[in-house]
Write a protein that binds this ligand. Sequence first.
Ligand code: NAD
Length: 276
Amino acid sequence: MAVDIPSVPLPGGASLPQIGIGVFQVPPDDTANVVRTALEAGCRHIDTAQMYRNEAGVGQGIRDSGLAREDVFVTTKLANDAHGHDNAITALEGSLERLGTEYVDLYLIHWPLPGRGKFLRTWEAFDELQKAGKTRAIGVSNFRPEDLDRLAEHGGPLPEVNQIELHPAFQQRELSEYHRAHGIVTEAWSPLGQGRVLGAAVLADLAGKHGRTPAQIVLAWHLRRGRVVFPKSVHAERIRENLDVADIELDEAELAAIDGLDEGRRLGPDPSTFEG
Ligand code: NAD
C-alpha cells in the first residue's frame, strides 16, 4: 500500500521516516505478524529495544514482508543493564543476531541512569559502533538538558536523536527547544499519550472538522511540529489509520489549540530518578 510519509535527514546522513510503529509491550510471539502488517500498510520504520524482548520477531516480520533490508529503518535501544563501553558493544552484537541483520539504522541509549554515572563511556562505544558501520545513526532516549550538556562537554559527536516522552498532556517545550538549537531530532514516545489524551474536546472538534480521528489529529500535530512518532497498535485498521496522516493540514491556530492541552503531566518514569 502506498502512503505518503515524509522523512527527516539525520546529521550522519541517514533518512528517518517521520512515522513508524513502536513495538513496546507487543508480545514476542505476535511481533512478526504486527511488523509484517505494518510494513504491508506502507510503514518503513520500526522502533524496538533490547528490553522489549521482541527483536527476533521484528527481524522475522521484515523478512516475511519480502522488503529489502535497506528499505526499512530499524531502531533498537541499549538495555539498562548493559551500560559501559564493552557491554554496549556486546549488547548491539546480540541485537544484530536476534534481528538477523548486519546493522541497525539507529542505536539509542534507552535511559541515562544518571545515578550510575556510566553513560559517557557508553557513548564512546556508540561512536565506535557507528564508525564501524554497525549502526547508521546514534542517539539517546530520555536524556535531560544536563545529560546532553555532559555529552557535549565530553567531546565526540552529539546525539542525532533524543527519544523522549511527548504528547499533548506532556510537551517538554524546554527540552524540544534545546534539541532545535543543537540540531537534535525529537522523537516523541507515547505520542498518543497511550490513548489516554484522545478524549479532549479540542481533539474531537478538530477531528470532526477534518473528517479524521482524534488519534490522526494528534499525529498530524506532531508531524507539523517536526517530530518523529511511532504509535503502537497491534490492530491492522489502527496501524493503517496511524500511518495515514501526512495530508492533514492543521493551521497555526489549530496547532496552537493542541499546544494548549499541555498539563506537564508525565505518564512514564522521570529520568532524573529512574534507575532502571
Ligand atoms: P502510544 O501513545 O503509542 O499509545 C498506544 C496506545 O494508544 C495503544 O495501546 C492503543 O490503546 C491506543 N491507540 C493506538 N492507535 C490508536 C488509534 N488509531 N485510535 C485510538 N487509540 C489508539 O504509547 P506507547 O505504546 O507507550 O508508545 C509508542 C512507542 O513509543 C512504544 O511502542 C515504544 O516503541 C516507544 N516508547 C519508548 C519509550 C522510551 O523510554 N524510549 C517509552 C515508552 C514507549
